[in-house]
Design a protein around this ligand. Structure first.
Ligand code: CP
Length: 311
């Protein structure tokens, strides 16, 4: 693969290769000296048209820890504000010979379109409600670290599935890896055709959580809702907020996950989010750096001999 635009077209072998390589960076990222030189001298541009805390920071750290020169484009002050089209922005950046472009955009499909115009590797950091592949990969790495496998696990993805690129990327990846995927949402936030994607839909949260190994919560994406469905927070939390009572339906040691940003008291109770044994929300963030290092390394092979230079 030249780009990473989604998880839909990744094979089991592709996913295992990325996760295996990611594992090699976990220990190094915990040490004082985190610097490697695998991709020394390469150029990475992070082009984010939507807010981000985790994805932008971890892509920047991942690039810098591999020796890449990383530039964060501030789209608030870029010329897209002066009417330049996305394609013209891409062509402009392409002329500066970056080696990798990491893009987040509010429109589904925008990153695929842009990738067609670039000579370098393009990584999708989230496009609309389409895909967020590195999120699904870091989620898979987190689960694999804790439960030692993905195959055969029951993973319940719960919340605003309709607007979630995280859900879509996870459904594809987890299916490819042989997990059983359930989605739990109010009818208005459950996209039609979800079963065709390979997920079993549930409206009742307790039924959907029954005997789940992993509970993955999603944020209510109010910014993507156009008036028709805006539930009250109280009502939403009552039916779909993860609290100890509902969590008791899942396996006793079920992992609690959330991609962030998390809205405490809306989709997740604060005590559950901070459960020191079962919540892996901070581990997800940690795995994000390792996964993004692996993806950068695999998509930007070392010229000449290929493979990592030091380790
Ligand atoms: N999970 C995730 O994509 O978070 P950010 O929006 O903070 O990058």
């Amino acid at each position: 693969h030249r780009h990473l635009l989604g998880t839909q077209n990744l094979s089991r072998g592709d996913i295992e290769r990325i996760l295996d390589l990611s594992e090699r960076f976990i220990d190094q990222n915990r040490q004082a000296n985190k610097h490697r030189t695998d991709l020394y001298g390469r150029t990475q541009i992070n082009l984010f048209f939507e807010n981000s805390t985790r994805t932008l920071t971890s892509f920047e750290l991942a690039g810098k820890r591999l020796g890449i020169d990383v530039i964060n484009m501030n789209t608030e002050v870029s010329s897209t504000k002066k009417g330049e089209t996305l394609i013209d922005t891409a062509m402009t950046l392409n002329a500066m010979h970056p080696d990798v472009l990491v893009v987040r955009h509010p429109d589904s499909g925008a990153v695929d379109l842009l990738a067609q115009k670039m000579d370098c590797a393009v990584i999708n950091a989230g496009d609309g409600k389409h895909e967020h592949p590195t999120q699904a990969l870091l989620d898979a790495l987190t689960i694999r670290q804790r439960l030692k496998r993905l195959e055969g696990l029951t993973v319940a993805i719960c919340g605003d599935v309709a607007h979630s690129r995280v859900a879509r990327s996870n459904i594809h990846l987890l299916n490819t890896m042989g997990a059983h995927v359930r989605v739990i949402a109010p009818p208005t936030l459950l996209p039609t055709g979800i079963a065709r994607l390979g997920a079993t839909p549930f409206i009742d949260m307790r039924e959907g959580l029954k005997d789940a190994d992993v509970v993955m919560m999603l944020r209510l994406q109010r910014e993507r809702m156009t008036g028709s469905f805006l539930p009250s927070v109280r009502e939403y939390f009552h039916y779909y907020g993860l609290d100890h009572d509902k969590l008791a339906c899942a396996k006793p040691d079920a992992l609690i996950m959330h991609p962030g940003p998390m809205n405490r008291g809306v989709e997740i109770d604060t005590e559950v989010a901070d459960d020191i044994h079962r919540s892996v929300i901070r581990e997800q963030v940690e795995m994000g750096v390792a996964v993004r290092m692996a993806v950068l390394l695999l998509l930007t092979p070392k010229q000449g001999n290929g493979g990592p230079a030091n380790g």
